[in-house]
Design a protein around this ligand. Structure first.
Ligand code: NAD
Ligand code: WQD
Length: 337
């Protein structure tokens, strides 16, 4: 077990669920977030689930003085780095903001890790780094080739970390490539809370079900898939959070880096997800099929053998459970936090 883990982007969607799992497992954690895409109200929710007051600093990871203060006053020996901007469409409109936040933030963190000899690093990468010409399932050794600035920041971050590993021989990195995280904590107290209109499918469906939005637009009904709608590998956020714990254990025990997909290996179409949500929520989800979204692909899902082989981790929850948990969260918190 580590002396202390620093979570960046701690109040965000995946960060908060990972925070809960780490605290429940007895880890000492300090969280940092600048709240650009999350709310401080989350902290009380984490406390009610875990009975532990979360140790939180409001700050920007691009500010190295803030990072140094944290490392000076805590014995941080592992960083789990979630903090990033993540909206694909916005990244096309504001590429410089994305490169500044996601790349510069990583550089400041690595400089601080270097100064304070923090040798374990868990990085939030994404399935979006894979080249779209690969045929799914995606294996970790397949060609990379992002198609938008957000994806490029993830691929470049992986590259920066790989170069940093060579220079700083004792650094170990877990490169975790998430597929489509959805779901919420079983308590219904924490969940995905997009500010503004959701970019992603599951939170959009949930907001239609709860009456915040009228109609779901389905981007394309003529994809070469089971029912013509896009197929993705949805993974429950709590399974994903546990994947981070498995990665932390791997870094400590094996003292080696690893690159693994975190997905279920199962593809679900948009219409299949809509129907599963209708059953979970007992609500009708009105939808219309519109034209394809620029940049989308037909099918994306993971091969998950490597994560199982190296870390002994695999996802356990299926789409029905994901929908039930999202509905509990959304119906208990119709306007978010
Ligand atoms: P999120 O937006 O909910 O969480 C990210 C958090 O980082 C937010 O709370 C935000 O306020 C914070 N943040 C951003 N820039 C910061 C900065 N400079 N300093 C301090 N805090 C900052 O997103 P999420 O869905 O929890 O994603 C977490 C990580 O996982 C991100 O790196 C994202 O790119 C990656 N990821 C997410 C998905 C997904 O679909 N959700 C898929 C693959 C990878
Ligand atoms: C899923 C499916 C859409 C919204 C994105 C990022 C990726 C990663 C995860 C961070 C697709 C369809 C969606 C809607 C729809 N993020 N859809 N109507 O595009 O697989 O991945 O989030 O790393 O980088 O690109 O996820 O949830 O946006 O879409 O029909 O209103 O739902 O076309 O088939 P995606 P998504």
């Amino acid at each position: 077990m580590f002396a202390m883990i620093l979570l960046t982007g701690a109040t965000g969607y995946i960060g908060s669920h990972t925070w809960v799992e780490l605290l429940n497992a007895g880890h000492e954690v300090i969280g940092i977030d600048n709240l650009c895409n999350s709310s401080e109200k989350l902290l009380a929710r984490v406390e009610s689930i875990t009975n532990i007051k979360p140790n939180f600093i409001r700050g920007d990871i691009r500010n190295i003085d803030v990072l140094r203060k944290i490392f000076q006053s805590h014995n941080i020996d592992c960083v789990v780095h979630f903090a990033a901007l993540k909206a694909v469409g916005e990244s096309v409109e504001k590429p410089l903001e994305y490169y500044d936040n996601n790349i510069n933030g990583l550089l400041q963190l690595l400089r601080t890790c270097n100064e304070f000899s923090c040798e374990n690093f868990v990085f939030s990468s994404s399935a979006t780094v894979y080249h779209t010409e690969n045929n799914p399932p995606y294996f970790e050794n397949m060609a990379l080739g992002p198609v938008n600035p957000y994806g490029w920041t993830k691929m470049m971050s992986e590259q920066i970390l790989r170069n940093f590993e060579v220079a700083s021989l004792s650094t170990r990195v877990a490169y975790l490539r998430y597929f489509n995280p959805v779901g919420a904590h079983a308590s219904g107290l924490i969940g995905e809370n997009p500010l503004g209109a959701p970019n992603n499918l599951m939170p959009y469906i949930a907001q239609v079900a709860v009456g915040r939005r009228e109609l779901l637009s389905i981007y394309g009904g003529d994809w070469p898939t089971v029912d013509g709608t896009g197929v993705r590998d949805y993974i429950h956020v709590v399974d994903l959070a546990k994947g981070h714990m498995a990665a932390i254990d791997y870094l400590t025990q094996q003292k080696k880096s690893l690159t693994v997909n975190l997905g279920t290996g199962v593809g679900t179409s948009v219409l299949q997800l809509v129907h599963a949500f209708e059953i979970a929520s007992k609500k009708k989800i009105p939808y219309e099929i519109v034209s394809r979204r620029v940049g989308d692909i037909a099918v994306s899902y993971a091969n998950t053998d490597l994560a199982k082989k190296l870390m002994g981790w695999s996802a356990h929850m299926g789409v029905d459970q994901m929908c039930q948990d999202v509905w509990r969260w959304q119906s208990n918190n119709p306007s978010g936090y």
